[in-house]
Design a protein around this ligand. Structure first.
Ligand SMILES: [Cu+2]
Length: 194
């Protein structure tokens, strides 16, 4: 039996080079046009929709990020909730939140309407920051410091959920953000929707 060998250098046999049908060309054209629309949506939504925020991105060492977060906790700690430090940084400050299996540390106490730079990083693997019930999602990547300029718009007791599967305790990885209103009053609620 004769077995033919083919290399990529030989032209394939047959009539594969037939020009594309009109309908196919039309669909390729529509698909390409749609690609351009979606491509334009990214910058458009940054300015119009308040999505795809820019921020500070820099490389960091997990050990250095841990040390920086611990210093931040020591500096502004105001209490504890079941052993977890509650930290109330002043408006305008840099806020550090670290993710690791299976915790978010520390608990943040922020003021409604104040501006902060929220730094996110992971000490081990990829985690997903999701502020519940606000639909805000960010990747938390080990070795990278992602600094977001944030300003809480509503007072309440919010939760941070990990939305990137990170292991056996992933579903228990819940953090907390307390936002006090402009009078400094804390709105007590558990499970926190305001
Ligand atoms: Cu996780």
């Amino acid at each position: 039996m004769h077995t033919e060998t083919h290399t990529g250098l030989d032209a394939p046999r047959g009539i594969w080079w037939k020009p594309a049908h009109k309908a196919e060309r039309l669909w390729v054209g529509i698909a390409f046009g749609w690609c351009l629309v979606l491509f334009a949506m990214m910058p458009l939504w940054h300015f119009k929709g308040g999505q795809n925020p820019t921020g500070i991105r820099r490389r960091t060492d997990p050990k250095a990020y841990y040390a920086r977060t611990m210093e931040f906790i020591r500096q502004y700690k105001v209490g504890e909730d079941r052993g977890m430090p509650i930290v109330a940084p002043p408006p305008g400050s840099d806020v550090y939140l670290m993710a690791f299996t299976f915790q978010w540390q520390p608990i943040l106490k922020l003021q409604q309407g104040a501006q902060y730079t929220l730094h996110l990083s992971s000490l081990d693997m990829n985690h997903g920051f999701e502020l519940f019930p606000v639909n805000a999602n960010f990747q938390v990547v080990s070795g990278y410091d992602y600094g977001l300029r944030v300003s809480p718009t509503a007072a309440g007791d919010f939760r941070i959920i990990c939305n990137e599967f990170c292991g056996i305790g992933h579903h228990t990885m819940v953090g907390r953000v307390i936002v006090v209103d402009s009078t400094g009053r804390e709105i007590a609620s558990s499970g926190g929707v305001q």
